[in-house]
Design a protein around this ligand. Structure first.
Ligand code: BDR
Ligand code: CA
Length: 317
């Protein structure tokens, strides 16, 4: 049941498994309502991302509209994570999402989000789990809608080393111009970067615990979670950082994450550093703050939020 006091949430995603786990984390919260979803190329090309999202929607009974968005970054060719996540960006130790799909609401996510921002009774929270191409395109076309975004919470960037390169996190590296353009519109911008996400880890034993619930959906989610853990080590003995789910869990349990103000610019030219999120912490002395950066995570709390949501999704009829 949706009430007028519920936060209005829009999710922007390049649907791989950790994006799926992030959506399930929010969907499990009775006091959050997902109003819509936009898809963006990132983990995989847009048709693959779209297929994943529509299969997940059918499997988990999502009723919010799903719109396909930008297929290419603003100013550079698309680089995907399929070398790590597999062609379908849903690396699994066994079972996959069933092939049944819901229908796509539209292939114009930017217009759909613009309409939602205009029509929503309250400012909209946007949870962005991929490259920011859709958001930058929206703001370029409809700058007047920037004040309608109450909060943009982005999983991306890093206050330390990268993962795509030594300096750059994947979502930032895929479309660095889009991040800078969103910053230029002064939306309330919170960033959950790699260094925060690496404080929240998932283990092979968590997949086994999920499997113990029994049933086809529990087996499938356990296989997908184990496939995700195996990104860190093929035999699963190392924990894997929870990326997008940490951002989702921080959104729904904000007391479990400490955010610090900073001034951020994107490195757009560096030969070895393109896509780096450059943070000036000496605010407001050196620069006005334009971002809140997740710095310290309550791992137990955030892990529990994510794993309980997955268990709930596994057990649903
Ligand atoms: C981010 O990159 C993607 O592969 C994940 O889905 C996550 O959004 C982590 O760097
Ligand atoms: Ca993602």
């Amino acid at each position: 049941m949706v009430s007028a006091s519920m936060p209005s949430l829009w999710i922007d995603t390049d649907m791989g498994f950790d994006d799926l786990a992030a959506v399930l984390t929010v969907a499990a919260q009775a006091h959050w309502h997902i109003a819509g979803m936009s898809l963006v190329a990132g983990n995989a090309p847009l048709p693959v991302v779209t297929d994943n999202a529509l299969r997940a929607a059918h499997c988990f009974g999502w009723t919010f509209p799903i719109h396909a968005g930008c297929a290419q970054p603003l100013a550079c060719p698309l680089v995907t994570a399929q070398n790590i996540l597999g062609d379908d960006a849903m690396r699994s130790a066994g079972r996959q999402l069933p092939s049944d799909r819901t229908a796509l609401a539209s292939d114009d996510a930017v217009t759909a989000l613009a309409q939602h921002l205009r029509q929503s009774a309250q400012a909209v929270t946007v949870l962005a789990l991929g490259p920011l191409t859709n958001l930058a395109t929206l703001l370029a076309r409809h700058a007047e809608l920037a004040p309608r975004i109450g909060q943009l919470l982005w999983m991306g960037g890093s206050a330390g080393p990268g993962n795509h390169s030594a300096a750059a996190e994947f979502n930032a590296a895929v479309d660095p111009e889009s991040v800078q353009q969103v910053l230029d519109h002064h939306v309330p911008f919170s960033m959950v970067g790699l260094d925060a996400c690496r404080q929240v880890r998932v283990h092979a034993a968590d997949a086994q615990a999920l499997r113990a619930a029994g049933g086809a959906r529990a087996e499938m989610l356990a296989d997908l979670l184990l496939g995700y853990v195996q990104i860190a080590s093929a035999d699963g003995h190392l924990p894997m950082a929870l990326y997008d789910p940490t951002a989702a869990a921080a959104l729904v349990t904000p007391e479990a994450m400490v955010f610090r103000p900073a001034h951020m610019v994107m490195e757009l030219r560096g030969e070895h550093t393109r896509g780096m999120t450059v943070l000036e912490w000496r605010v407001p002395r050196r620069a006005a703050p334009n971002v809140l950066v997740a710095s310290s995570a309550d791992e137990a709390r955030l892990r529990a939020t994510v794993l309980q949501a997955l268990a709930r999704a596994a057990a649903a009829p």
